[in-house]
Design a protein around this ligand. Sequence first.
Ligand SMILES: C[S@@+](CC[C@H](N)C(=O)[O-])C[C@H]1O[C@@H](n2cnc3c(N)ncnc32)[C@H](O)[C@@H]1O
Length: 238
Amino acid sequence: MGEPVNANWQGFWTDLPHEQGLAVWDSSPAVTATAQLPLFEQHFAVDLPVLDVGCGNGTQSAALRGHYARVIGLDFAPAAIEHATSIQAGSGVEFRTFDLADTAAAERLHTELGDTNVYMRGVLHQMPDERRADAALSLRTLLGASGHLFAVELAPAAGETIKDAIDQGPDSVPKMRQVFKHNLTPAAWVDGKLRQVLTGAGLVILDSGAVTLEGTDFLPNGDRLDLPMTYVVARAEG
Ligand SMILES: C[S@@+](CC[C@H](N)C(=O)[O-])C[C@H]1O[C@@H](n2cnc3c(N)ncnc32)[C@H](O)[C@@H]1O
């Protein structure tokens, strides 16, 4: 299942021009990573590298670099890494291909970097269920004993909001339509699954709550597409 979903993402990023704000989730950091810093900065030791896992075009990675000395953006779609390296050239972020569901690759990265803090936005909610357990094991490996995870994912209820938006007509939410064109599956899970996947890999949830994704897409009446998200802060069991 890893290869088809990777191919879907590769197709999505290949079709998109190298410009910020074209993906439906590509919101300004002022309402995203920077605004949400108070939710996780007290947990992120500043001397650890920060990994932005599933970084896409690197918008949030570049914002994190404003606060942390070493930020590495990781994505399994080479086309996403091409976006990030061209759009975020000069940001000081290093971008690499990496599949979170590849537990051996996570071990290698941990051997190279030691413990890391992980920022992850919008990755597990769309992942095929059979890959999530390995993805969570990789997260645990990357954190090691001292790292912390900030994960922010579409809430299951976002699925209904997306469906309502699409049903408003062919001109409604054009950027969200691009996601479905590439067979991607936003919000494909149920309440409690984020917590279950992470605790199943031996992570302890320290904090959780709700935030809103201020999308870059619009309904026919001009309203912005906003979607409910759930965040957690977690670390490995002691
Ligand atoms: C919804 S986008 C979010 C991008 C970015 N985090 C942001 O907030 O702008 C999800 C990203 O996760 C990447 N992705 C999905 N599954 C992945 C995996 N198993 N390993 C690494 N990246 C993955 C996709 O290629 C895509 O760029």
